[in-house]
Design a protein around this ligand. Sequence first.
Ligand code: ZN
Ligand code: FE
Length: 251
Amino acid sequence: MSFEIVTIPCLSDNYAYLVRVGGRTALIDAPEAEPIAAEVAKRGWSIDEIWITHHHDDHIAGVEALRDGAIVRGAERDAHRLPKLDFALSDGDGFDFAGSSVSVMDVSGHTIGHIAFHVPDAKAAFTADSLMALGCGRVFEGTFDQMWASLSKLAALPGDTLICSGHEYTEANARFALTIEPENADLLARITRIKQARADGKPTVPSLLSEELETNPFLRAGLAEVKTHLNMAEADDAAVFAEIRRRKDSF
Ligand code: ZN
Ligand code: FE
């Protein structure tokens, strides 16, 4: 089975994704219609399904303009504030997409009802504003504990999973990450690659989960060296995550 994953820049710093297999195309999030419609037309594809991660306008504003008969899927607990859903999903649900299974993970924290879509055959997870490249979404509606639990679920996926996240925030995330782990050699090497990608006008996403595990401070709250750096050697992992997230909020 061969998958194509297409990253589409939208608005000022959002991303939508197309996943294509077996002649079927799914769109993950619709920040705005025009660049997505243009990309789909250029490839001679049409959108068969739209998968929504969460209710924020910068992820759903283009849904109605792109729907045109597509099947729309999103979280049941968010159905009241999403475009009309054809299928309402809950944590642990699975569905078939062109012969491949897709599993739905509740990754609440940024919002309550934020979901991620994991496509094991594609080795990809669409995480939007939960786990991001070198970062994670701001905790608006949920609790820090909830966000930590969500990130921990994503961290347990296979290391070769492509993390397809929702924004180009990576350079700013990198500056912050350095304040948590100034001597992390993997982080320093990744930042060099990030700067090069941006200088070339390329997205820094998707990223591999394995590189997030090595460099993303929000996934590393459980490590002794990170706890020690924060003078929180005895604290539990979720408390360390909360401290890192608070520091980022005021960075
Ligand atoms: Zn959001
Ligand atoms: Fe967003």
